[in-house]
Design a protein around this ligand. Structure first.
Ligand code: R5P
Length: 285
């Protein structure tokens, strides 16, 4: 379920290639393997574990421009660093805006999927270029409707309410939202509402991101304690820190993610969503 190939096919675009390697000292060598002059170049960057990818991305965008590309667009389905959108403690980096400037600074337009916008209301508040936020909810809902019997959609925290509500509506299923208190990078405390009216349904946990897995693991444990079956776990962005996927696999009936980031849990294809959003920018002049 490789995203770049699917998007290129749907856009009827050539799938380009960038040769990339490291010099012996670790610096990046990069070369466009085909002529980009006069063409619209669309970079597709899957920015999980982004620190090693951000400089090569900036270098690719600058090089495409230097080689005469007409415009350079960026499809970055997962926008990293968005969760740190305020200074929780004195002296901390507020990474959301800084990271976005690095990511989008060298391109003409941006397409992304469900960025973690919580205290920042709208991506345009921190993004200086035309940007489209595409949504995974319709694809998630279609997957749920086709794979889960008698589902109860559950958002593990208040921030997930926005996605869960739409997925539940489109999948014609009830939903509820838990409340979460984060105690640390890998520890959360969850509170369940009264789920008695939904007894017997298949719990489907839906969140934008799975990172350490702590949120989903805690939710699965609470649901089991409340008498529910093992949950189906769905994420838009499958970040999965080391060990998280295996730990979740041990308690979930199934773990499914979109291919916004490549991961073995990918089951929900976003190529159509990405291509449609990119098409609007490509056609915009
Ligand atoms: C944060 O609020 C996000 O929506 C996710 O709930 C969070 O990133 C999940 O992180 P973890 O898997 O580490 O609990």
């Amino acid at each position: 379920m490789l995203l770049a190939g699917g998007v290129a096919r749907l856009l009827d675009a050539a799938l380009g290639r960038i040769e990339r390697r490291r010099f012996p000292d670790g610096e990046t060598y990069l070369r466009f393997a085909q002529d980009v002059s006069g063409r619209d170049v669309v970079l597709l960057a899957q920015l999980g574990r982004p620190d090693d990818k951000l400089f090569p991305l900036a270098l690719a965008a600058a090089t495409a421009r230097e080689l005469g590309a007409r415009r350079v667009g960026l499809i970055a389905p997962y926008l990293p660093y968005m969760r740190q959108d305020t200074r929780f403690h004195p002296g901390e980096a507020v990474s959301a805006g800084h990271a976005l400037r690095l990511i989008a600074g060298g391109v003409d337009w941006l397409v992304t999927v469900d960025p973690h916008l919580h205290r920042i209301g709208d991506l345009s508040d921190i993004c200086q270029i035309p940007a489209t936020v595409a949504h995974a909810a319709p694809a998630l809902a279609e997957w749920v409707a086709g794979h889960v019997r008698n589902p109860l959609l559950i958002g593990p925290d208040g921030e997930s309410a926005q996605w869960v509500k739409t997925v539940a509506h489109d999948a014609r299923a009830p939903f509820c939202v838990l409340s979460k208190r984060r105690l640390g990078d890998r520890a959360v405390e969850l509170t369940l509402p009264d789920l008695a009216p939904h007894a017997g349904r298949t719990p489907v946990l839906v969140d934008d991101i799975i990172s350490s897995g702590a949120t989903m693991l805690a939710a699965a444990a609470k649901l089991r304690a409340a008498g529910f079956a093992a949950p189906v776990v769905i994420a838009v962005h499958a970040l999965f820190a080391r060990g998280a996927y295996d730990a979740l696999g041990a308690v979930a009936a199934q773990v499914a993610s979109t291919n916004s980031l490549p991961h073995r849990s990918n089951a929900i294809d976003l190529a159509g969503v990405m291509a449609a959003a990119a098409r609007r920018h490509l056609d915009s002049r």
